[in-house]
Design a protein around this ligand. Sequence first.
Ligand code: FAD
Ligand code: DHB
Length: 390
Amino acid sequence: MKTQVIIVGAGPAGLLLSHLLHLQGIESVVLESRTRADIESTIRAGVLEQGTMDILSEAGVGARMRSEGALHHGIELAFGGKRHRIDLNELTGRAITVYAQHEVIKDLVAARIAAAGQLLFEVSAVSLHDIDSKQPSVRFTHGGESQQLTADFVIGCDGFHGIARPTIPEPLRRDYQRIYPFGWFGILVESAPSSEELIYAQHERGFALVSTRSPTVQRHYFQCDPKDEVANWSDDRIWSEMHTRLESSDGWKLKEGKIFQKNIIGMRSFVSTPMQYGRLFLAGDAAHIVPPTGAKGMNLAVADVRLLSIALEAFYKKGQEERLSTYTEDALKRVWRAEHFSWWMTSLLHRFDDASPFQQELQRAELDYLVSSRAAATVLAENYVGLPFA
Ligand code: FAD
Ligand code: DHB
């Protein structure tokens, strides 16, 4: 079997790339190890940058995002018992949309299926071969049968734990990593929104985040021990912790409701370079991870595949390889900016158990500066809404 581009992984990166290539008349096959039901229900990101919204809209898969997603023109920073608004729109002219990642996935899967795209679920034993030749291939098992697919390119969109990145020979790879000594406890709650905008809270007991999913479902997070277990957290304990971290002198109060999902995620910063080896290209979490505080992960995946679709279009339509050869360099510029921002937001808002009193005062001084200086607030705002695409 042969195709033009093999894409490993049907996350936001893989599905969007397949769709963007289809719009350019380039054929791809997407191989995904999980079921369709699983990828369409896994709860992950929620914040889409303006640039991500624009790409989804231009690609014709933004209708539900525009009607069901919530456009937010600002965020709030809460600390010292007070809430402070960062007006994203006034500072940058841009906004963000809160629309769950699994809804983006549903929209992309529907678009691929409507276009009779080849999207194979529940593949296993995936391995990459001859990626340093012009005829790379992928072997995998699907429906109990071993298969081999040959293509011009293989794109690894298979997330942090995927098989694509390790296929790049170790001596050529350089990994940069920081693992944080805390995680996020995430909950989904049946209630009306507590706030019109997201609240990022810094408190001596740790970070908390008030987010949303819909008029009836809310998404909240709080900093926890990454080795803690969901079973240790009764609903009462969760609400008590959230109320403490979000206490506000202006009478605002978080709304409680039925908690119907709980999970704990670890946090790391990670970049692997190069993002290309021979005819293998990496995109999204396969090549880099950010801690979720800056809401950048899915947006970076989208930015990577935008670059790749432009480079592949130039290759197929004009025979040009220039954009393919500069992919690592082009993608990493945005990646490292987002890595810095995500690390900075994380450092600004979390409690570090080993922080000295001196470091704690510096953290508070920086928060005070952010909410009192237009220049400082603009730095946060323009990174949060996402820098324009090059
Ligand atoms: P993934 O979504 O990980 O997709 C990879 C796919 O590849 C998966 O479906 C996997 O099953 C498949 N796969 C893996 N191995 C194989 C294999 N061998 N063969 C075939 N298929 C394989 N980002 C934001 O932008 N904004 C946010 O607000 C935000 N919040 C987050 C909150 C949480 C709690 C978490 C966990 C993440 C958050 N992120 C956020 C990050 C975001 O979810 C990820 O960055 C995003 O999913 C990356 O997309 P991807 O397509 O690169 O990888
Ligand atoms: C959400 C996730 C984030 O990482 C973030 O910074 C803001 C919101 C969310 O899932 O809603």
